[in-house]
Each structure stands twice: as structure tokens, then as C-alpha cells.
Design a protein. Structure first.
Length: 178
């Protein structure tokens, strides 16, 4: 009960804030996912994401974030995820192509070596999800944008996963609801 309460508290506190979150390559029709958490290093911040399946191989989603003490205090993305390898009993790996846009605010110098208050960039790459067993999942995103990184997730309950994430700027903990 404590874990569910904690997850709900994190989600409610991050309704409008985030830093970066990985995209799950395993698209399952009817399984909308929401995740929220916080960053522990390079400025304390919050992360919140949502992904909505359109069919058995495609989903759309996005993330939004905020970090205190970071030169890039706000990041967000909107993306489409197209799964081209589905997991099976013999192959627990799923892979997807991701495309979209991402952007944020900046307090200093960024990509073009010029000072920018706001920027928008294309997002493109590949995501991989590996099901080690029924409870342990690994994710790796090779994506240009804030969704680059790796995660290890452990399912405490069929509808609740605890996640340790390392992304472009964040080492943190998230909770994911299915």
C-alpha cells in the first residue's frame, strides 16, 4: 500500500514537470502507461511521461520535466513509437523506431553555442526493451533527445513498476503505472 501511495504522490506532484524518460519499445494494445519520478544528481528535478498505444505496433506519447539547478531547467518531448520487433517466448527483445520533437528552456549556452531561452529539436532513434523475466525489464534508448539512456525496472505488482534510470542528464528513480 505504501508503494502505491508513494507512486500516486509522485505522479500528482509531477503533473506539469519532468527531466527525461525512456520510451518502452514493447507496445501492447490497450496498455497505456504513465510514469513519474525524480532526479537525484545534477540538480533535483521531476519527470512525468505518458504513452498511449494506437494499435499493436504503434504508440504516441510524451514527457515533460523540470530540474532545479540545471542550465536546462525544462525539457519536453512528443514522440511516435513504431515497434518492428515483438518479444516472444524465444526472443524476449523488442525494438522500435522513435520519431518526434523535443525542446526546452535554457539559462545559458546550448547546442549552437548561442544563448537561447527556448529551443525545439527533432527526435529520432531506436529503443530496445529486454524482458529478463516476468518482473525484471531492461530498456535502452539510442535516441537524439531527452529520452536517450538506460533503465532497469522491477514490477512490484502487475500494474506498478519501480525504475532506476540513467538518461542524458539524470540519474533517478521513477514509478510506472500500467
Amino acid at each position: 500500500m505504501f508503494i502505491i501511495f508513494t507512486a500516486l504522490a509522485v505522479i500528482l506532484s509531477t503533473a506539469s514537470v519532468s527531466l527525461a524518460s525512456l520510451i518502452d519499445a514493447n507496445v501492447v494494445r490497450g496498455r497505456t502507461t504513465f510514469s513519474a519520478g525524480f532526479a537525484m544528481f545534477q540538480g533535483f528535478g521531476f519527470v512525468g511521461t505518458a504513452n498511449f498505444p494506437m494499435d499493436n505496433r504503434m504508440s504516441v506519447g510524451g514527457s515533460i520535466g523540470f530540474s532545479m539547478g540545471s542550465p536546462n531547467p525544462c525539457l519536453a518531448d512528443l514522440h511516435m513509437n513504431l515497434q518492428f520487433i515483438e518479444p516472444s517466448a524465444r526472443n524476449p527483445l523488442s525494438m522500435s523506431l522513435v520519431g518526434g520533437v523535443w525542446g526546452g528552456t535554457s539559462d545559458g549556452i546550448w547546442l549552437s553555442k548561442k544563448e537561447r531561452d527556448f529551443y525545439i529539436q527533432p527526435e529520432l532513434g531506436v529503443t530496445m526493451t529486454y524482458l529478463f523475466d516476468s518482473r525484471l525489464t531492461g530498456r535502452l534508448n539510442i535516441v537524439y533527445g531527452p529520452t536517450v539512456g538506460a533503465e532497469i525496472g522491477y514490477k512490484f505488482h502487475p500494474s506498478l513498476e519501480g525504475i532506476f534510470a540513467i538518461s542524458e542528464q539524470v540519474i533517478g528513480i521513477k514509478f510506472r503505472l500500467f
